[in-house]
Design a protein around this ligand. Structure first.
Ligand SMILES: [Zn+2]
Length: 314
């Protein structure tokens, strides 16, 4: 009898431990945005299950994590997020998970300060808009996969190299087609400032109606300033974004029309979210191919209508 009494607290402790381990991880890799999920899947192949949280048409700046997303993050074996305050409302959750010693990695961490745009306190988070920069992020993701699952290091290294070659081809294509836009029309106006990295990489001036986050709405002064700018520079087209309302874009078009300068919508761009999962535009390469093609043709340049691989729909 005395023996079983002694065992009791030990059994209780063992039970508690097992339960805690079950909660700690289910071995999945969880990503916050589609662009990170896609690159991770490209490198991981069939070796890992990747679950993405913020889907198509959803704005990550303002997205509050759902209960199911909090659970996913709590259970994940590895969490990969962008960082630089992109996932503003998830910051506390991600940090607390990291502080408990779990692998939670901001993919932007691999980049040098000089590679970032903006001041040190609030760098621009939209890194994926420069394909050569996102290729460095892919390298970072590859390194994280290798340390998470070292048994498959060679598999990840090989797939990473193949994927980076595709990114390099798309980057080269972009460098060739952007200069076909007439020089005075190389100005990209969008609903929010998501395209600064694209502007720097491919030689185009960018203006957003809102700032680099979407949390504050554009004011009347922002809209009037932009209208004056469009009229003065005779910019023919501005662009809407799939993850944002087009209200402010329409206000700018109306304002320009009142001043006798017609501006049209040059097309819809993917800024902070990709297209539908399972389509070409629902991959990082497809999203960027769509953006490059839409911008270049919308501003009077020449890019192949179906994109650099002939995979884009009309
Ligand atoms: Zn954004």
């Amino acid at each position: 009898m005395s023996k079983s009494l002694l065992l009791l607290p030990i059994l209780f402790l063992a039970g508690a431990c097992t339960k805690k381990n079950e909660i700690t991880t289910d071995g999945t890799i969880v990503t916050t945005i589609g662009m990170i999920a896609d690159v991770t899947r490209e490198i991981a192949g069939d070796k890992q299950e990747v679950i993405n949280l913020i889907g198509e048409s959803i704005d990550p700046h303002t997205h509050k994590p759902l209960k199911s997303e909090v659970d996913r993050i709590q259970k994940a074996g590895l969490v990969l997020y962008n960082g630089l305050l992109l996932e503003g409302k998830m910051g506390t959750l991600l940090n607390s998970r990291k502080e408990k010693g779990n692998p939670v990695v901001a993919v932007a961490e691999g980049l040098k300060d000089v590679e970032l745009i903006g001041d040190g306190n609030h760098p621009d988070p939209h890194l994926w808009m420069d394909i050569s920069l996102w290729s460095k992020v892919a390298e970072k993701i590859g390194a994280e996969l290798k340390s998470y699952d070292s048994d498959n290091s060679d598999h990840y290294a090989q797939r990473l190299a193949e994927y980076r070659k595709k990114l390099s081809d798309l980057h080269t294509h972009a460098l060739m087609v952007f200069p076909t836009i007439p020089a005075e029309q190389r100005v990209l106006v969008t609903a929010h400032d998501a395209f600064s990295y694209l502007g720097r990489a491919y030689g185009i001036e960018v203006r957003g109606i809102q700032g680099i986050s979407t949390e504050s709405e554009a004011g009347t002064k922002d809209i009037n300033d932009l209208v004056d700018y469009l009229v003065e520079k005779e910019i023919p087209a501005i662009f809407i974004e799939s993850s944002l309302s087009d209200k402010s874009v329409k206000a700018v078009i109306e304002g320009a029309a009142q001043k006798g300068h017609p501006v049209r919508i040059g097309g819809e761009l993917f800024s902070d979210a990709m297209g539908k999962l399972g389509t070409y535009e629902g991959t990082y390469i497809g999203m960027m191919d769509h953006n490059i093609t839409t911008i270049v043709n919308g501003l009077g340049g020449t890019a192949p209508k179906n994109g650099f691989q002939g995979k884009l729909n009309d």
